[in-house]
Design a binder for this molecule. Structure first.
Ligand code: ADE
Length: 224
């Protein structure tokens, strides 16, 4: 998978993309991620990327020209899915992440200021994506969230593919509780069943726990 990110703050991505699983995924050539500085695509000699809104109002609006030209140049002749990170988009869920992980080429635009010129949406954006019902200062953190959720789903990125099957949101359930050594930590004991060696009983216990946890903390997803 090839992912291209368009941003006015390219440096923000380095610490996230150059650590841990994101770093290894790129080293193993399971994905290739390029961060583009939007200012490199502006026609303006002052590298301007925003202007005041027509009709008045507070804040600045991102210009259409650098964004549209950046997307067109990055895409070239490739077929790409172009996402715009913005609070009014489709809310990111595990199901959308799975869907996106099947794409070959993703281009992610990080929105900013009071928004972007609407013509960018019309001309080059396939889908607007939000990471939740709250407003951040820009689309960079949301873009990192999307990249992380999508890249970890690419086959081979995580050590054990099996762990994807039981994690939260699979089968509309949260993940069951996990324990490791010691079996007794300061008087708090690991449930006996997990030490029993009875795999069927363990599986049943885990399922019951997952259902109970989902009912308690996320009744909205269990209804589905
Ligand atoms: N930009 C600002 N807030 C955002 C959000 N919640 N999701 C995506 N992009 C954003």
């Amino acid at each position: 998978m090839k992912i291209d990110i368009i941003t006015i703050f390219p440096e923000m991505f380095r610490p996230v993309l150059e650590e841990s699983i994101m770093k290894r995924a790129q080293e193993k050539k399971l994905c290739s991620i390029t961060v583009h500085d939007l200012r490199d695509y502006t026609d303006d000699k002052h590298r301007k990327v925003d202007d005041r809104p027509f009709g008045g109002g507070p804040g600045m609006v991102m210009l259409a020209q650098p964004l549209v030209d950046a997307v067109k140049k990055i895409k070239g002749r490739r077929k790409c899915k172009v996402l715009l990170m913005c609070p009014s988009g489709t809310v990111l869920k595990q199901s959308l992440a799975k869907h996106l992980s099947n794409e070959k080429n993703l281009v992610i635009i990080c929105g900013h200021y009071e928004g972007i010129d609407e013509r960018v949406r019309d001309l080059v954006v396939d889908e607007c994506v939000s990471i939740g019902d709250y407003v951040l200062t820009g689309g960079e953190l949301p873009a990192m969230v999307v990249v992380d959720t999508v890249v970890r789903l690419i086959p081979g990125v995580l050590g054990k593919e099996a762990s994807l099957e039981t994690e939260s949101f699979e089968h509309n359930l949260l993940e069951y509780p996990q324990y490791t050594r010691p079996a007794n930590f300061r008087g708090k004991k690991v449930p006996d069943v997990l030490l029993s060696g009875n795999h069927k009983a363990i599986e049943e216990w885990r399922h019951q726990q997952a259902v109970a946890k989902t009912k308690k903390f996320r009744p909205d997803i269990i209804k589905k």
